[in-house]
Design a protein around this ligand. Structure first.
Ligand code: GAL
Length: 686
């Protein structure tokens, strides 16, 4: 990150550039327009393998030499990709075993991308070979700023090589077959293995697959793909020790980004919020907070976003005027030091020819180009924000291991969607306008006053101990139903539900009682002295038949077979409290509950603002940067609690002054910070 920062200070602007799709004369226009738009970094060669190596061992770098020089002559840096995401046709023809195989045993064909077997020695060898050639050839090129390893890793494979790899991985994890039998619970349905040769990837079976086996397959795939990245990173670092390396994440089920991020020099993320979805910007905010949190708050890079509409959904809505700009600042507001796009120039052929680009088919007259150009130039006003950190007192748990497990088979409710569930909980925090980190229960929880744990079905002993310590030390925990149910092997934590949490929440779930689709049950504040007085909610999807033990009910069901029983409880433990939510509350009620907990913990909004205005803050040692982002369809009025300067407009603002933000407008208010008194103030990492 440090080297990268030296080469590219400020907020980086740019996108994927695919010059191989265009004749030379277009390249001249490209660099001219890139300069006009303030482009400083392009991701180059992401899908160029076939052009760089037209046949096995025959290389042609002439066009890349030319474009690297042309870009650098125009002051544009390169984020050079290792092109392994789209292997060339010759690799598949010469070595068919390099193609991935789907779960049903069908080998993928060529003509798309991501069609590689991650275990194939030939694929590994050839992708390393081209990566090495690139590093040797361009390692000293002055325009090279960083390495972009592969692209959005997401290729799982069920071939025989991967099957062997799975067994090896399991042997390393469990040592003996006895242990594997124990961990997978193979006493059930006569699954006991008596020889390693009987153990396989979860290819299709007659009924349900053993969930522990499926869970381990997810872990194995994440590790296998990560191994590809680590191998290339080591190779690149070996040749170019000063050039940082990353790969671009998306919120992909197959790759445990918590683990992956530790192997990268900087986190990079691709984000495509759907303009047709009302909560798209809250989902983006969650993903951005996750990216910032993956490496302990280190600034990250928005590596790809769409300038307008994408082309991969059923209906691809455009970004309304100003909304691309707003979304770009949103990423910066959540810790990104880059605003980049897929892609620079709209393709005229191929699968993504209708995907928007910085430079649309219509060229310079288009609204999108005008907005892209204006933004690239305007971002210079906020350059000084780069490297600034965010401090949060609230954290929400997002855990890949739990994602894999909680969506496993044969659960009491099989409509469960982890992403949606976490998004609902996060949305309550987003509307409360507080700063949020996204963590796992393995992280250091001591910086937080409030911890929200949505449906953490899988909890290890360590998770349980961490949650307990968090509460005992004075934290406020909010945990929702179907949490603390199984351990890392997907084995029920014994002692009655929620086994891993029972003593922490002070309540016992006698039975899970999922509700039929569309059914709802009214919930209201429990009688007696109750801080939630007046609380009313509509419950759906799920009810716990909950016995309060040492907890007290905060809200109870008003109808149905659980009438009078607790829906929400609170338990004092040590210096803190644990709130347990035994049902799916409607959005408003969940938000009211979360706000109540934030109030009790004395966590305040970053800044007072009307609903729909997103507020974040980044800090360096000397300045605080307040981001005000108006996602509403109308003007918003904010009374400032501080004096400062809006970096974008250059306006000087006084505390108490009213700032009016048009729909989709943004302000970034810089205020001086007193020199730090305490050691833990966030610091710049430049
Ligand atoms: C990303 C991918 C890009 C492009 C983009 C289009 O997931 O990395 O190559 O396909 O989607 O939305």
């Amino acid at each position: 990150m440090n080297t990268f920062r030296r080469r590219l200070p400020g907020v980086v602007y740019g996108g994927d550039y695919n010059p191989e799709q265009w004749p030379r004369e277009v390249w001249q226009e490209d660099v001219r327009l890139m300069r006009e738009a303030g482009v400083r970094l392009v991701s180059l060669g992401v899908f160029s393998w076939a052009m760089l190596e037209p046949a096995d061992g025959e290389f042609d770098f002439s066009w890349l030499d030319e474009i690297m020089d042309l870009l650098w002559a125009n002051g544009i840096h390169v984020n050079l990709a290792t092109p392994n995401a789209a292997p060339p046709p010759w690799l598949a023809t010469d070595f068919p075993e390099t193609l991935s195989v789907d779960r049903r045993g069908v080998r993928h064909g060529i003509g798309s991308r991501g069609h590689f077997c991650p275990s194939s020695p030939v694929y590994r060898d050839r992708s390393r070979r081209i990566a090495a050639k690139l590093a040797e050839r361009y390692g000293k090129h002055p325009g090279l700023a960083m390495w972009h390893i592969g692209n959005e890793y997401h290729s799982d494979c069920f071939c025989d090589l991967c099957d062997d790899g799975f067994r090896t991985w399991l042997r390393q994890r469990y040592g003996t077959l006895e242990e594997l039998n124990h961990r997978w619970g193979t006493a059930f349905w006569s699954q006991r293995y008596s020889d390693w040769a009987q153990v396989h990837l979860p290819r299709p079976v007659r009924g349900w697959v053993n969930p522990s086996r499926e869970l381990d397959f997810s872990r194995f795939t994440s590790d296998l793909l990560l191994d590809l990245v680590v191998q290339e990173r080591d190779l690149l670092h070996g040749i170019t020790p000063d050039v940082p390396a990353t790969t671009n994440f998306f919120q992909c089920r197959l790759t445990d980004s918590h683990r992956w991020a530790q192997e990268l020099d900087v986190v990079a993320f691709d984000c495509y919020p759907d303009p047709g979805k009302p909560d798209a910007m809250a989902v983006a905010a969650f993903q951005y907070d996750l990216m910032r949190s993956l490496r302990g708050g280190q600034p990250w890079m928005l590596m790809e976003q769409a300038a307008g509409a994408v082309s991969q959904w059923k209906t691809n809505q455009v970004k309304q005027p100003g909304r691309m700009r707003l979304g770009s600042y949103q990423a910066v507001a959540h810790g990104s030091d880059a605003v980049m796009f897929f892609q620079w120039r709209a393709s005229r052929q191929g699968q993504e020819k209708f995907h928007s680009a910085m430079l649309p088919h219509g060229g310079e007259k288009t609204r999108t180009w005008q907005e892209v150009k204006a933004l690239g130039n305007e971002l210079r006003t906020v350059d000084e924000v780069a490297t600034a950190r965010t401090r949060a007192q609230v954290a929400i748990v997002w855990d890949w291991q739990n994602w894999w497990a909680v969506e496993g088979c044969a659960h009491p409710d099989n409509t469960f969607d982890y992403r949606d569930t976490v998004a609902r909980h996060y949305r309550a925090l987003w509307h409360s306008q507080v700063a949020v980190d996204v963590v796992t229960l393995d992280d250091d929880l001591s910086p937080y006053r409030v911890l929200v744990v949505p449906n953490q079905y899988l909890m290890t002993r360590h998770h349980s101990a961490a949650a307990r310590k968090f509460v005992e030390d004075g934290g406020r925990l909010v945990v929702s139903y179907f949490s603390g149910i199984v351990d890392e092997d997907d084995r029920i934590v014994e002692g009655g539900y929620p086994g891993a949490l029972r003593e922490i929440v002070g309540a016992h779930v006698q039975e899970f009682s999922p509700l039929p689709a569309e059914a709802t049950v009214p919930v209201q504040a429990a009688a007696g002295e109750n801080a939630l007085d007046g609380f009313f909610a509509t419950a759906s999807v799920w009810q716990d038949d909950l016995d309060t033990e040492t907890a007290r009910p905060l809200a109870v069901y008003r109808k149905g077979h659980l009438t009078g029983k607790a829906a929400v409880t609170e338990h004092r433990l040590g210096r803190g409290r644990a709130v347990y939510v035994g049902t799916r509350l409607d959005d408003d009620a969940l938000e009211a509950l979360v706000r109540h907990v934030l109030d009790c913990a004395d966590v305040r909004p970053v800044h007072a603002a009307p609903r729909g205005v997103e507020v974040t803050e980044r800090q360096t040692r000397t300045s605080a940067y307040l981001f005000l982002l108006n996602h509403r369809q109308d003007k918003a009025t904010i009374t400032l609690d501080r004096s400062g300067t809006d970096l974008i407009s250059g306006r000087r603002l006084q505390a108490g002054e009213t700032l009016v933000l048009d729909a989709a407008d943004v302000a970034v208010v810089r205020s001086p910070l007193a020199p730090p008194q305490d050691a833990d103030r966030p610091s710049s990492d430049s």
